[in-house]
Every structure is written in C-alpha cells, then in structure tokens.
Unconditional design. Structure first.
Length: 168
C-alpha cells in the first residue's frame, strides 16, 4: 500500500498512525465528514478543498495530508476507512505485532483495551494491536478475530445458541 510505504520511507510511521487514528475517530463521530467522504455528489475540487481545511484543522501530518489530497482528487475518499484499516495492519506487521479485530457492544475503555492486549499477548506470544469496532447489535461481550481464529463471546450468540438448544 502506497501510504504505508511512503510513511515507512519518510520515517513517519508514528505520525501517520496518529493522524489516521484521529481521522478514524472523526469519521466515527462526524456525520458531516462521513457525508463528505461517501457522497459521489461532491466535486473533486470541493472534496480537495474540504480535505485541505480538515487536515489543517486536525493538524494532520504532511504525508497523510498529501495522501488525502490524492484520494480526494481521484474521487477515492469513500475508501478512507479501508485505507486506515489496511495501513494499521501493515504498520502492526512491520512492528512485529499481530492485529486483532475486536467488536464490542460499547466502546472499550483504555484500561480494558490494555487488559485485552495483555491477555492476547499471553496467548500469542506477540504484541497485539487492537482494531476496535462497536456494534450494539451484539448486546454485550466481545467478538475477537485474530488471524483465522474467531472467539465469539457475544451475548447475541449465546442467546441464539440457547434458543436453538431449547427448540430441540
């Protein structure tokens, strides 16, 4: 992926990672930003101008700012969430970490994320980067995807299993 290679070559992996984490949060919290990146009605010029203003307001690093400009001018802003996920996985692999996708019903507190990282590190023997997602439909518990393994401790799955067992 071009952004990862550029960040690695420019020795700005940490800065780009921090900028992308801020963008991910902004995407999750801002309806306006989601509309900007997802709307095919926004022209290239308007998207590029909006991204320029957003980058300045969020104080994003220069590598991320330039990359976002390229995405905007090529009408690829809709792929921003995928770009962030792919970058995070490549950066984690580069750092010798494993990435775990964790889905919870509510956003995890920092101490919960740290405890989960420690537990997963004990199981895998490697540092684990957490890619957290929130899905209220699971009701509670966690779904952890680590490589090809999935551990589903969600309340929704437990209730479905119980309902199926009761049907006989």
């Amino acid at each position: 992926m071009a952004l990862f290679e550029l960040a690695r070559d420019e020795k700005s992996l940490d800065a780009v990672s921090a900028s992308l984490a801020n963008l991910k949060t902004a995407l999750r919290e801002s309806d306006d930003l989601r509309r900007l990146v997802g709307s095919p009605l926004v022209s290239r010029e308007a998207a590029t101008a909006a991204i320029g203003g957003l980058s300045a307001a969020m104080q994003l690093d220069p590598v991320t700012t330039k990359f976002l400009g390229v995405l905007a001018s090529n009408r690829r802003l809709a792929q921003l969430a995928n770009v962030i996920s792919a970058f995070n996985m490549l950066a984690a692999r580069y750092r010798g970490e494993t990435t775990a996708e964790v889905t919870s019903a509510h956003e995890l507190a920092p101490d919960q994320v740290d405890a989960l990282k420690a537990r997963l590190k004990a199981q895998t023997g490697r540092d684990v980067a957490i890619e957290a997602k929130v899905d209220p439909a699971i009701l509670g518990g966690l779904i952890v995807k680590l490589g090809s393994r999935q551990i589903d401790g969600s309340i929704r799955t437990k209730l479905n299993t119980l309902a199926h067992a009761m049907k006989g």
